[in-house]
Design a protein around this ligand. Structure first.
Ligand code: FES
Ligand code: FES
Length: 200
């Protein structure tokens, strides 16, 4: 005979469900921007979360969180990858470069300088992803042609700048790299673009 579970009106009945075990804790280490780091993480943690929440790389942006925008790109052992689609465990022991690791001290990476010079960035949200992917391209191929540039950035979306300025910036960065010229210290004082505003 079917028994009905009844409770007096107004009393909440709680049924306990079988406990699902939480993720295992593991020790994770990697070389991030040239520095060895080590954190305890959940075994199912996503690399983007680890880099942002534990590694302090807030330049690595979370756009779509599903592999379609390119904002979260980082370089893992020389290859650009979408960190929102990488299990942190997969990158354990690897060399990871985020946008914060592209410059050398006060000297910007050429692609950072030319993005500024060519107007490759407006709101800037997509910019870290483009910089990282472009730097990886230029590392393997210092003088890419336009088709190679477009192929390299095809996984990165920009909603406001338009892509021509970004392609121009990569071409200019390539010229700097091939010529061997150096980028000046970004902290040096610049000449005043609006002389006379001080009232003189
Ligand atoms: S946040 Fe990873 S591809 Fe969009
Ligand atoms: S600069 Fe705004 S989305 Fe690319």
């Amino acid at each position: 005979m079917l028994k009905l579970l009844t409770a007096p009106v107004g009393i909440m009945v709680q049924y306990s469900l079988p406990m699902v075990p939480g993720p295992e804790k593991i020790n994770w280490e990697a070389q991030v921007n040239g520095r060895m780091v080590s954190f305890p993480i959940d075994s199912n943690a996503i690399l983007l979360d680890i880099l942002r929440d534990k590694g302090g790389s807030l330049g690595t942006k979370r756009g779509c969180d599903m592999g379609t925008c390119g904002c979260c790109s980082v370089i893992i052992d020389g290859t650009p990858k979408l960190s929102c689609l990488v299990l942190a465990q997969e990158a354990k022991g690897c060399e990871i470069t985020t946008v914060e690791g592209l410059s050398s001290g006060h000297h910007l990476h050429p692609i950072q300088q030319t993005f500024a010079d060519c107007g490759g960035s407006q709101c800037g949200f997509c910019t870290p992803g483009f910089l990282v992917v472009s730097a990886a391209l230029l590392q393997g191929n210092p003088s890419p042609n336009t088709e190679e540039i477009k192929t390299a950035i095809e996984g990165n979306l920009c909603r406001c700048t338009g892509y021509q300025q970004i392609v121009d910036a990569i071409v200019k960065a390539s010229e700097i790299l091939v010529s061997g010229s150096s980028i000046e210290d970004s902290t040096l004082p610049k000449s005043d673009p609006h002389p006379g505003f001080s009232g003189e």
